[in-house]
Design a protein around this ligand. Structure first.
Ligand SMILES: NC(=O)c1ccc[n+]([C@@H]2O[C@H](COP(=O)([O-])OP(=O)(O)OC[C@H]3O[C@@H](n4cnc5c(N)ncnc54)[C@H](O)[C@@H]3O)[C@@H](O)[C@H]2O)c1
Length: 755
């Protein structure tokens, strides 16, 4: 049943034409409000769902609704809007896609979607989409099939094709329609990046016809629909539309587009370039990206119908591909985590957080202050040990905000609003009323204990103390403190403003309430949150240990630095382990490596070269001295010889970098060291579930998303096969490849982590 209250509210000011009947006509997900001005507003309102997603039944229902409106001579024009308060249509129903077993099933869905939207496009009366909130994927395609689009100027209103993130392509002609309206290059960009367009950008590009306040959205859309009544309704995907558009463009832009898009040679250059860049970026791991290029190239050279045909076939193949299966699995996991309070007892509620304190305004502290003020919209008090520290932190936040203003993702007024939420100090003034204090001072146990003692003295008895330590067990920090139940770990990743993961760590005495509060705060800060139990390195820092160690073993054997990195990047990591070492700094890596070794013994023994490199002051990018060459600003010089490697590393280590090891062996040694440790974390109860392990590895450590994370990877390869490979490494390299008991047990029963 549609939410009539929200429909009435959306219908605009009281001067708006009233409905002919108080009861709107209804058919499944569609509710029709026939107005006195001759406009019928079709509200999409999927019953029982908080947001609209496209269902297989839509095509028939929409056809029925349109037919009845077309027969009604009193109706001259149509507006399509959403019956939900804050979103338009967020895409196709993922369960419906995941339920397809055969490519032909998914292909049929695509064809039905195409036909449904073609029905809209060829309706006998003009149709205008009135969009407030997200119109994504199929929702965006629906809007594109309408004859015009009016958007609310609200922050929640965005248009985009997120399909690529699920290993899919838009399957209902969205790409060719964007290309027809605004050109192939925009369509390529939107399809390949999955980026979301805000209303002002959509208007500048010509995808939106109007952008207006939400209060008058339906009115403006209705007027526009009526204004289209006296014009012939022409499908936008035609050549005429393209010529119209070129006439209205700036001469330079029109020339570029003509040169690249409107002739066969130009298009060939455009698509060849797109393929080259895409191959370089994806290494062939994301077939959907090439499929998007294929569909648009077909549209450019052979027209709309040929592109539709090609699109349906490719969509079918992609839906049942392994890549899409893994990416959809991860998407589902993040959706589940959004609803997860972090504790098992449903009665436990997070405490209200009205103010946050941050201790330490360094790289991490400043980032945490920024996401708290911006995303969570909460006041933040930041303390550092001296004015210079406070100044550096505030300057860091200022730089992020200035960048956003420059990119037009923020107005100056909004920037000032965020800045005004953050205040700095070198004392504890203003900390008394902080509900959560996040500590991000140096990685030093004694210092962190001292800071906790200060907070217990200066803040309230209910203040939650969250440490951002990357390796020290939370229980050790809490040892001997007055209120250990208030102590929790909130492990953010660098740079905090960009990295999506937050690892919340509970030690034995942490209260459920503290965990739930940390989880709720993390979500408000825009993070995907996993909760893990306490232990050295928790989950993320711990699994990174054996992975980095293995890369260092390879280097010690004489495998070249860039060869190691390339192998892992080819496997799907965003950067290789040697580059990662430079980002972290050998000082930090060696320190964490030592802690992890002390805790877990022989199998975590770091290769001796780690200590030697740390002694050689290779702090990486920080001091422009690492595995690669850096200029004084910490940037890699362009076109440096030897792949940019600082070859003096080899002399320092007494290694000749000529050892040839098969790429697959380099990859498997590092990856399986990582995977094996992840399985140990599950077996030892550090992880609550394989889901959390997969999400943590992908969003925190860059494990390739298309492989689904370490647990989904084991399922895909088979536990017995993974065990066989690890055993073969154990025979060659010893204890560091001792298989995790969880793996041995799973292989015995031929089991899987996921059903
Ligand atoms: N850098 C990373 O990638 C990363 C990632 C996750 C976690 N961490 C952890 O976050 C913490 C901070 O790391 P960072 O990289 O931001 O370090 P940083 O050196 O950039 O910042 C530390 C800040 O703490 C301040 N400080 C030191 N003693 C203080 C005191 N007594 N009172 C107030 N401020 C004090 C310093 O002046 C400095 O500004 C560490 O525990 C680190 O292990 C770091």
């Amino acid at each position: 049943m549609a939410n009539q209250a929200s429909i009435q509210a959306d219908s605009g000011p009281s001067s708006a034409p009233r409905s002919k009947s108080s009861e709107a006509a209804e058919s499944g997900a569609f509710v029709v409000d026939a107005r006195l001005d001759g406009v019928s507003v079709i509200y999409i309102d999927v019953p029982g769902a908080s947001v609209n997603s496209l269902q297989a039944s839509f095509a028939q229902e929409l056809d029925d609704v349109l037919e009845s409106i077309e027969r009604d001579e009193t109706v001259r024009a149509i507006v399509i809007a959403s019956g939900k308060t804050d979103s338009f249509v967020v895409g196709a129903n993922i369960d419906m896609l995941a339920g397809c077993r055969l490519a032909s099933d998914a292909e049929a869905l695509s064809r039905a979607g195409q036909a449904g939207f073609r029905r809209l496009e060829t309706a006998k009366k003009p149709i205008v989409a009135a969009i407030h909130g997200a119109a994504l994927g199929g929702g965006f395609e629906l809007a594109l099939a309408c004859h015009a689009r009016v958007l609310s100027d609200d922050k929640k209103t965005v248009l985009g094709f997120p399909e690529i993130q699920l290993g899919l392509i838009p399957g209902a002609n969205g790409l060719p329609r964007v290309a027809a309206i605004v050109g192939l290059q925009v369509a390529l960009d939107l399809g390949l990046t999955g980026k979301q367009l805000r209303p002002s950008r959509a208007k500048r590009l010509g995808i939106a016809d109007d952008v207006v306040p939400q209060s008058i959205l339906i009115e403006v859309a209705a007027k526009r629909a009526l204004s289209l009544c006296d014009r012939p309704i022409r499908a936008k995907a035609g050549l005429f539309h393209q010529l119209d558009r070129l006439k209205n463009m700036a001469p330079q832009a029109a020339l570029t587009e003509l040169a690249l898009e409107d002739n066969a040679i130009g298009r060939r250059i455009l698509f060849r370039q797109a393929r080259l860049i895409t191959q370089k970026k994806t290494k062939g791991h994301y077939p959907a990206a090439m499929a998007i290029i294929d569909v648009l190239e077909t549209f450019g050279s052979r027209g709309f119908e040929a592109a539709a045909e090609h699109e349906a076939r490719l969509f079918g193949e992609l839906v049942v591909s392994e890549t899409a299966r893994q990416l959809i699995g991860i998407y589902d996991a993040t959706q589940e985590l959004k609803k997860d309070s972090g504790v098992t007892d449903p009665k436990v509620k997070p405490r209200t957080v009205a103010k946050v304190g941050v201790l330490g305004a360094g790289l991490m502290g400043a980032g945490i202050a920024y996401v708290t003020a911006d995303k969570a919209s909460l006041p933040v008090r930041v303390r550092d040990k001296d004015d210079a520290g406070v100044g550096r932190g505030l300057a860091y936040v200022g730089k992020i905000l200035d960048g956003r203003v420059k990119r037009k993702s923020l107005t100056r007024l909004e920037k000032d609003g965020i800045t005004s939420k953050i205040s700095g100090t070198t004392t504890y003034d203003g900390f008394g009323r902080c509900d959560v204090v996040v500590e991000a001072v140096f990685e030093d146990l004694a210092l962190k204990k001292q800071i906790l003692a200060d907070v217990e003295k200066k803040c309230s008895v209910t203040t939650i103390f969250a440490s951002n330590t990357s390796s020290i067990p939370i229980g050790k920090i809490a040892e001997g403190c007055a209120r250990p139940h208030n102590v929790v770990g909130m492990h953010y990743f660098s740079p905090v403003e960009k990295m999506p993961l937050l690892e919340v760590i509970r030690h034995k005495l942490t209260s459920d309430e503290a965990v739930a509060t940390a989880v709720a705060l993390g979500k408000k800060q825009g993070k995907t949150v996993i909760v893990v139990n306490d232990g050295v390195g928790f989950y993320t820092s711990r699994v990174l240990g054996p992975y980095m160690n293995e890369a260092a073993h390879l280097l010690a054997e004489g495998v070249a630095i860039d060869v190691i990195d390339k192998a892992l990047v080819d496997w799907g990591f965003p950067v290789g382990p040697m580059t990662l070492l430079d980002e972290v700094g050998m000082d930090v890596a060696e320190h964490v490596g030592r802690i992890v070794h002390e805790a877990f013994g022989e199998r975590m023994t770091p290769p001796a070269i780690m200590e030697r490199l740390a002694k050689d002051d290779r702090k990486g990018r920080k001091n422009s001295r690492g595995m690669y060459l850096y200029d004084e600003r910490g940037q890699k010089p362009k076109d440096a010889p030897d792949g940019g490697v600082d070859t003096s590393v080899y002399a320092t280590l007494g290694v000749t970098p000529t050892t040839k090891v098969e790429t697959e062996e380099v990859q498997m040694r590092c990856v399986l060291a990582f995977v094996n440790e992840a399985l140990r974390c599950l077996g030892e109860g550090i992880l609550r579930s394989p889901r959390d392990g997969d999400v943590g590895a992908i969003f925190g450590l860059g494990f390739p998303p298309f492989r689904g994370g370490p647990f989904r990877y084991v399922d895909a390869v088979g536990a017995a096969e993974v065990l066989r490979r690890i055993e073969s490494f154990r025979l060659r390299f010893g204890a560091r490849f001792e298989p995790a008991p969880t793996l041995v047990n799973l292989a015995k029963i031929n089991g899987k982590f996921y059903r």
